[in-house]
Design a protein around this ligand. Structure first.
Ligand code: KG4
Ligand code: ZN
Length: 329
């Protein structure tokens, strides 16, 4: 079975081809236009998708060495995300599906992030715990089997990706903030300054990052770089505070569920400090991360999950809509 995946939930226009669980091509075009605004401008994002979608899909077909007539179905992100950008992708997918007389499969973006881990290890077995850390979400899930997901905890305010993005803005770095903070933290001392780790009460599986961001904001007001405390040290310490909170809650989720596999999903999963800390913190637990290009938004994960949904009979009629606030589970 051959599935075309389309992703346009935020500022990446992406298309991919999945055939029998294998990714034949994955094309991602990141919209650079937003960097000068320090965040995504929804209207600009929709217009960019509109311009790019046809080209990107065409490129995905060429790289997979197939034509549009070889596609059996089209999987498309229908939420969560920005209403306008989702609508661009879904309308495009419906038009193409209608023209080719093939089904269109609505895919939940969050679920697809989780399933990107099956691309990293096809032998990944249920049940497992998933830490889903993206620009808009920070959640811990107990994944029992496909379509059977229990939410263990989530953030009360900012998502971890947002903490990276807002922190980067305070440091005067670019957008998206995660990769920028990671780069500048590399030579810094993560123990130089002790930023607060929130919601550490004994059993809590919830997260909170807004206090950390405020504490950075106040700290930077009076900060003067010196030989004993550099900006890189502060960036590294800030990153470490985010990572420590994620690792601690993951530890608790593993204790609670007694699973022996945990996976990390979403853009923040690309962070090397998080990867290293997870790996050193859990000795007898299998820890899985998607490969770097499948951590941030991509259509490979959409096409892969779309194929599973198709095989499960979960194809949509053409009258499904977008859902910017779509939840999982
Ligand atoms: O999953 P994603 O690409 O989009 C959403 O679904 O939100 O996640 C984007 C988030 C951004 O907040 C970005 O700063 C963060 O992932 N991110 C990272 C890294 N790469 C992307 N955060 C930390 N370290 C990274 N290397
Ligand atoms: Zn995402």
């Amino acid at each position: 079975m051959t599935i075309l995946g389309i992703e346009s939930s935020c500022d990446e226009t992406a298309a991919a081809i999945c055939r029998d669980g294998q990714i034949l091509s994955s094309i991602v075009s990141s919209q650079l236009i937003h960097s000068r605004f320090g965040g995504v401008v929804p209207e600009l994002a929709s217009r960019e998708h509109e311009k790019q979608l046809n080209l990107i899909v065409h490129e995905a077909l060429i790289e997979a060495n197939i034509t549009k007539n070889d596609i059996d179905g089209i999987a498309v992100t229908y939420g969560p995300g920005l209403a306008g950008t989702l609508l661009t992708g879904v309308s495009f997918a419906k038009g193409l599906g209608f023209g080719l007389n093939i089904p269109v499969i609505p895919v939940n973006h969050l679920e697809a992030h989780i399933f990107a881990n099956f691309l990293a290890d096809p032998s990944l077995a249920y049940p497992f715990v998933c830490l889903l850390v993206s620009g808009g979400h920070t959640q811990l899930w107990h994944i029992k089997k496909m379509n059977d997901y229990e939410l263990l905890g989530e953030t009360r305010d900012d998502a971890a990706g947002e903490a990276f993005d807002k922190g980067a803005r305070i440091f005067g770095l670019g957008y998206p903030g995660g990769p920028e903070i990671e780069k500048h933290a590399r030579d810094g001392n993560p123990k130089a300054y002790n930023f607060p780790r929130s919601l550490m009460a004994k059993d809590s599986l919830e997260f909170s990052f807004s206090g950390l961001k405020t504490s950075l904001l106040y700290f930077m007001d009076d900060f003067k770089e010196s030989n004993s405390l550099t900006k890189k040290d502060i960036i590294a310490s800030y990153q470490q505070a985010i990572v420590d909170a994620l690792v601690e809650k993951m530890k608790r989720a593993i204790n609670k569920t007694q699973v022996n596999t945990c996976i990390i999903a979403g853009g923040v999963a690309a962070n090397k400090c998080l990867r290293d800390s997870m790996e050193t913190s859990f000795k007898n637990i299998q820890i899985l991360f998607p490969e770097l290009s499948y951590c941030t938004d991509n259509a490979a994960m959409i096409s892969y999950l779309g194929e599973l949904k198709f095989q499960n009979g979960e194809t949509g009629s053409l009258n499904f809509g977008v859902n910017p606030n779509l939840k999982l589970g």
